[in-house]
Unconditional design. Structure first.
Length: 267
């Protein structure tokens, strides 16, 4: 809207038709607004040239599959909030990961071998994941803030790699919780409600087979499961991201050039 032709101010509200409750629309299709100061009615201007669209930043959708930690305990009942750290046999480790850029079909993925699973050794698969996460401007995922990003950085650190800090994120779980009211906020349930495929089925026994024995077939099953979560997750992301209020260029890096130097080179 332009300046009010009566009081020369710029603040407007929609003119509501009291019979229908809808904004008044002129016969030519223009919506009608009222100046909040003087009440003058004016139509929106249709001749405004929109800003050119900006290029979307590189958004990397990631998903990790993490093992269970193993503890000794005196029974099923835990007397305190946490298990005792001195009873820990081994901490969780990364079983596999998958990652794919929004707008690109290719899914990168890696999974540990049976021998590495038996030794709780994910050192051979974390480096490539770190490189992908370092290359992207934005990380996306379902619960990426509380789960994937923190666990990835923990495994980087424990394997002698620097964590990747300072990247922006778009978490579809947060969007689902804050903007919608799905029956369940689990990725598989949201995916089904939006008309996409359900998650593959992984049982508790599958996770135990990996921790106890490093079973090869189970590792292959979980690797496929992880890739499916990325494909599903990207579909859900594309449906929900508009409600996040974040623009396509959100997270793009600003690089400050020495313009005096560039100017001297061009002259």
């Amino acid at each position: 809207m332009t300046i009010c032709e009566t009081c020369y101010r710029r603040h407007w509200k929609a003119k509501i038709d009291r019979r229908t409750g809808l904004q008044v629309v002129h016969r030519n299709g223009n919506r009608v607004f009222l100046c909040i100061y003087c009440g003058r009615a004016q139509e929106e201007e249709r001749a405004i040239i929109p800003n050119p669209p900006r290029v979307r930043a590189n958004i990397l959708y990631i998903d990790l599959e993490i093992s269970k930690s193993l503890y000794y305990n005196y029974g099923a009942k835990v007397p305190s909030t946490y298990l005792r750290s001195e009873d820990r046999v081994h901490s969780y480790f990364m079983i596999c990961w998958s990652a794919s850029y929004i707008g690109i079909d290719k899914v990168w993925h890696e999974c540990i071998t049976p021998a590495q699973a038996r030794n709780q050794d994910d050192s051979q698969i974390v480096g490539r994941l770190r490189g992908l996460m370092e290359s992207a401007e934005i990380w996306a995922g379902h619960n990426v803030d509380a789960y994937d990003a923190k666990r990835a950085n923990t495994r980087f650190k424990l394997n002698g790699l620097q964590p990747v800090i300072g990247k922006r994120t778009i978490d579809t779980l947060k969007i689902a919780r804050s903007k919608y009211a799905f029956e369940s906020n689990r990725l598989g349930e949201i995916s089904k409600e939006l008309g996409f495929r359900d998650k593959d089925n992984i049982t508790n026994e599958d996770w135990l087979q990996i921790v106890k024995y490093g079973d090869k077939k189970t590792l292959e099953k979980v690797d496929k499961y992880c890739q499916g979560d990325v494909v599903n997750g990207k579909s859900v992301f594309n449906e929900l991201v508009s409600a996040s209020g974040k623009k396509e260029h959100y997270g793009a890096i600003k690089l400050y050039a020495n313009y005096d130097k560039l100017k001297s080179k061009s002259s």
